[in-house]
Design a binder for this molecule. Structure first.
Ligand SMILES: Cc1cc2nc3c(=O)[nH]c(=O)nc-3n(C[C@H](O)[C@H](O)[C@H](O)COP(=O)(O)OP(=O)(O)OC[C@H]3O[C@@H](n4cnc5c(N)ncnc54)[C@H](O)[C@@H]3O)c2cc1C
Length: 512
């Protein structure tokens, strides 16, 4: 092993957040930045670029292939939780929806203790990231790295969602990221010229020629290195074997909501009892590491047989979204559905229903779930994936909301717009009564892929990072990724991660 290289900043993980930080920090030519990514580069990987077939990437070469713990409330099923393992991270394999939720989602971060993090403080960074086809407004950005477009010729199932929602008296929004979010809209998509826009493409490629930015792919960070409580860099494994890399200024953990807390725990930063159980010396007692794991449960299972062939998949294989309240008393929508231009089902649903032929889905998810889970060590060996459990449906309110969501999809199916398109429902085969619906929810409940919150920002007993994203009690170490969200916003998580990384870069550069 050789101790050779020294940088100012070592960024661990080239995903949604890591690519933003690498690009923004290397704008200063006097700053030496290293980005270390375990997966391969994105260039030339044409299967990543094709928006309509993104689902084929899951479980493949660019996916870490993690699995949530078997869940007794889901009949003991262990739900796979894909994470991107390639430059661009999960933004290179995700479904390309750009949906930011509502302002209350971010005001909730400040209310939870993340001082200074609210919608007003994040809005300039959302706008800085965006190149919205509709042009700049008070709420939207134009000219930023991330091109955002809407479907030009929406799929029939996407068009029908807008018409069906209107028939039910719901609002049809021009822009899903406008001032109001309740209602149906064509999706905002990170697609430009028919190709995926990942953070690797949007942020890293334009910065690649900078002499002060080094990007290493196929290199896995195994260990965080410390002198006392100061993180001095990382120990990596790569094609040339093991090496230590020194960070003169800071090490920035951007490994995502699974790997970032995992690396902290392995470094002896976490709940002392848990660390001792695995024979790890306690460096810092931060019991919140791995706690507060949040994800949106999604029903993969509500499928309809079309009267006529629907044609090839377009856009991101979806194209339209809908937000509504499971209970009219709620202040903000908690349910969100999107169209899938083909069958969409857990293996258990697929085994019980005929989903062959011209089938499409409307998949509802719960965006304000009450169930909270955690991530814990299974071993002190960095090669062993941790125990990851969102505890879906552990709060009974979540089951009730998803049953309401399933019922609402059948209201949509009863509209003139959908009746013109649908021959019959195939999974479930009819509107279900309450107990059958609960059973169907348990069988079809899966992930929206939005794992977050495992290194929560704040100042309470379970906080892991402060409002500048610095790990409490450590020097030279920040976490900048989905794990710092104290509260999961009611939306897809790529846009929020990119905005928080943009703000994180500004904080690191002392611009705020
Ligand atoms: C299948 C799927 C579909 C999704 N669909 C959408 C969507 O349509 N819209 C949306 O907004 N959000 C979507 N999401 C969620 C969103 O993409 C993620 O929340 C977001 O990308 C997370 O960003 P991150 O920076 O926290 O982590 P990631 O983007 O996952 O980045 C972490 C990076 O760190 C690397 N890494 C991890 N450990 C190490 C290590 N030890 N050494 C070196 N490198 C390491 C990983 O390989 C990865 O590149 C989806 C996610 C998935 C997986």
């Amino acid at each position: 092993m050789s101790t050779t290289e020294v940088f100012d900043y070592v960024i661990v993980g080239g995903g949604s957040a890591g690519c933003v930080l690498a690009a923004r920090l290397s704008e200063d030519p006097d700053t030496r930045v290293l980005l270390v990514e375990a997966g391969p580069g994105h260039a030339g990987a044409t299967q990543l670029e094709k928006p309509a077939t993104w689902a084929a990437l899951l479980g493949g070469a660019y996916d870490w292939g993690h699995t949530y713990a078997p869940n007794p409330r889901l009949g003991g099923r262990a739900v796979p939780i894909p994470r991107g393992r390639v430059l661009g991270g999960s933004s290179s394999i995700n479904a390309m929806l750009w949906y930011r939720g509502c302002s209350a989602d971010y005001d909730a971060w400040e209310a939870a203790g993340a001082k200074g993090w609210n919608f007003a403080s994040l809005l300039p960074y959302f706008r800085r990231a965006e190149d919205w086809e509709g042009g700049a407004t008070d709420l939207r950005g134009a000219g930023g790295p991330i091109r955002i477009t809407r479907p030009v010729d929406p799929h029939p199932a996407a068009r029908a969602l807008l018409e069906a929602a209107a028939e039910l008296g719901m609002v049809v929004l021009d822009d899903s990221n406008g001032p109001d979010v309740a209602g149906a809209s064509l999706a905002n998509l990170t697609i430009a010229d028919g190709q995926r826009v990942s953070t690797a493409r949007a942020y890293l490629d334009p910065a690649a020629r900078r002499g002060n930015l080094t990007v290493r792919v196929g290199v896995t960070v195994r260990e965080l290195l410390f002198e006392g409580n100061r993180c001095t860099g990382v120990r990596v494994d790569g094609p040339d074997g093991a090496a230590d890399i020194h960070a003169d200024v800071e090490t920035l953990l951007c490994a995502g909501a699974i790997s970032s807390p995992h690396l902290l725990l392995l470094a002896g930063i976490g709940d002392p009892a848990q660390l001792r159980r695995h024979g790890l010396p306690v460096r810092l007692s931060l019991p919140g590491v791995g706690r507060n794991l949040q994800d949106h449960p999604l029903l993969m299972g509500v499928n309809f047989r079309a009267r006529a062939p629907l044609g090839p998949a377009r856009d991101n294989g979806g194209g339209a979204i809908l937000n509504w309240r499971s209970d009219p008393q709620l202040e903000h929508p908690d349910l969100h559905a999107f169209v899938v231009q083909g069958a969409h089902a857990t293996p258990e649903v697929a085994a019980r229903h005929d989903l062959t032929g011209d089938v499409f889905a409307v998949s509802p998810g719960l965006m304000r779930a009450h169930s909270v889970g955690e991530l814990t060590l299974r071993s002190a060996d960095p090669g062993v994936s941790p125990h990851i459990d969102p505890r879906y449906l552990s709060d009974p309110r979540d089951l009730a909301a998803l049953v309401a969501g399933l019922d609402r999809v059948f209201d949509l199916a009863d509209t003139v717009a959908y009746r013109a398109l649908v021959e019959r429902p195939v999974a479930p085969e009819r509107r279900l009564g309450p107990s059958e619906a609960a059973e169907f929810v348990r069988m079809s409940c899966s992930t929206f892929f939005h794992t977050a919150g495992t290194c929560a920002m704040g100042y309470g007993a379970d906080a892991v990072v402060d409002a500048e994203l610095r790990v409490h009690g450590a020097d030279g170490l920040r976490v900048v990724d989905a794990s710092v969200m104290p509260v999961l916003p009611s939306c897809n998580t790529n846009a929020p991660v990119i905005a928080l990384a943009e703000r994180g870069a500004a904080l690191i550069r002392g611009e705020e």
